[in-house]
Design a protein around this ligand. Structure first.
Ligand code: NAP
Length: 293
C-alpha cells in the first residue's frame, strides 16, 4: 500500500486563513488501474485565487486546491513512463493517482528551473503576459501603473511594460519589496502603506495614467481611477485587498469616472487564453534568455 500526505480543509476560512483551518492527513492509495500513474509532487503552488475559490466552492474535508509539478513514480500508461514530469491540479498532496486527462501540457523549459512552470512559465506568467498586453495594449512612452507590483504577476507586468518602452510606476507594501522592484527596472516605486496613492500619482504621473494593471482593487483602484487619462485602459486582474475582508467595502461607484474619462475597463480570467499559452511561453522564455545573456 502506498502512503500519501494531503492538506485538508479542517475549517472554512474566515478572514485571514489560520493554521488550524488546515490539517495534514495521511492516506493509503489503492493500486494503479490500466492507464493510470502514481505521481509524486516536486513543487506545489500557493496562489491568491485559492482563497476566493474556497470561499465559494470549498468544503470541510476537501484537499487544499492548487497546481503541482510532479514526477511519475509508477505507471500503467505507456505514454507516461516512470520519470516523466507532469503538471496537474492535484492540490496540496505528496502523492496522487492520476490519469492522462488530468495532466496538463508542460511548457518547453530548456535550462530553466522546473519551478518556473508554476511561475513565469505557468499561470502567473501567462496572466501577466496576456492580461496586460491583450487588455492594456501598451504603447511606447505610455505611463503604466501596477498594484501588487512585488507579487508573482505584478513583478512580471512591470518588466513587460519596460520591455514595451513604457514608464512604469509600481506599488508594494514594504521597503524591501520596493527596492526589489526598482532593481527590476520599475521607474518609480512607492510603499502604498506609507504614501497617499493620489499624491504618489500626482508626483510620478502628473499628466495622468494610460494603463493600470489592477491586482488589488478596493480604495486603491478608486484612487488610480481618478488619475487615469482620457481613453485610459484598466486590466482588472485581481482584488486581493478584498479577499480576506470580513466587512463589505463602502465606496463611491466608479461608473461616472469611467464614463467621463471614456476608459476601457476589462476583467479577465487567464484561462480564456489557454489555447494561446504556447505563444506566451515562447515569448517569456525568449525574454528571460535575453536578460540572462
Ligand atoms: N484574473 C486571473 O486570471 C488571475 C490569475 C492569477 C492571479 N490573479 C490575481 O492577481 C493578483 C496577484 O496574484 P499573484 O499571483 O501575483 O499573487 P502574489 O504573488 O501572492 O502577490 C500578491 C501581492 O499582493 C499584495 N497585497 C496583498 N494584500 C494587499 C492589500 N490589501 N493591498 C495591496 N496589496 C496587497 C502583496 O504584497 P504587498 O506586501 O506589497 O502588499 C503581494 O505581493 C491576485 O489578486 C490574484 O488573485 C488573477
Amino acid at each position: 500500500m502506498v502512503k500519501a500526505k494531503s492538506w485538508k480543509i479542517a475549517k472554512l476560512f474566515d478572514g485571514v486563513p489560520k493554521d488550524e483551518d488546515l490539517q495534514l492527513v495521511e492516506e493509503d492509495l489503492p493500486g494503479l488501474k490500466d492507464g493510470e500513474m502514481l505521481i509524486e509532487a516536486v513543487y506545489l503552488t500557493v496562489d491568491p485565487y485559492m482563497r476566493v475559490m474556497l470561499e465559494t466552492n470549498g468544503k470541510v474535508g476537501d484537499t487544499m486546491m492548487g497546481e503541482q509539478i510532479s514526477k511519475v513514480i509508477e505507471s500503467k500508461n505507456k505514454d507516461y513512463p516512470v520519470g516523466t514530469i507532469v503538471r496537474t491540479h492535484s492540490g496540496w498532496r505528496s502523492r496522487t493517482i492520476v490519469s492522462a486527462d488530468a495532466c496538463r501540457r508542460m511548457p518547453e523549459l530548456g535550462d530553466l528551473s522546473l519551478s518556473t512552470a508554476l511561475g513565469v512559465m505557468g499561470m502567473p506568467g501567462m496572466t501577466a503576459f496576456f492580461g496586460f498586453l491583450e487588455i492594456c495594449s501598451p504603447k511606447e512612452g505610455e505611463v503604466v501603473v501596477v498594484s501588487g507590483a512585488a507579487g508573482a504577476v505584478g513583478s512580471l507586468v512591470g518588466q513587460i511594460a519596460k520591455i514595451k518602452g513604457c514608464k512604469v510606476i509600481g506599488f508594494a507594501g514594504d521597503e524591501e519589496k520596493c527596492k526589489w522592484i526598482k532593481s527590476l527596472g520599475f521607474d518609480c516605486v512607492y510603499n502604498y502603506k506609507k504614501v497617499k496613492i493620489d499624491d504618489a500619482l500626482k508626483e510620478a504621473a502628473p499628466e495622468g495614467v494610460d494603463c493600470y494593471f489592477d491586482n488589488v482593487g478596493g480604495e486603491f483602484t478608486l484612487s488610480v481611477l481618478k488619475n487615469m487619462k482620457l481613453f485610459g485602459r484598466m486590466s482588472i486582474c485581481g482584488q486581493i485587498s478584498q479577499y480576506n475582508a470580513t466587512e463589505k467595502l463602502k465606496a463611491e461607484l466608479p461608473f461616472p469616472m469611467i464614463l467621463f474619462k471614456q476608459l476601457l475597463v476589462q476583467g479577465f480570467i487567464v484561462m480564456r487564453w489557454y489555447n494561446r499559452w504556447a505563444e506566451g511561453e515562447k515569448q517569456m522564455s525568449q525574454w528571460i534568455r535575453e536578460v540572462n545573456k
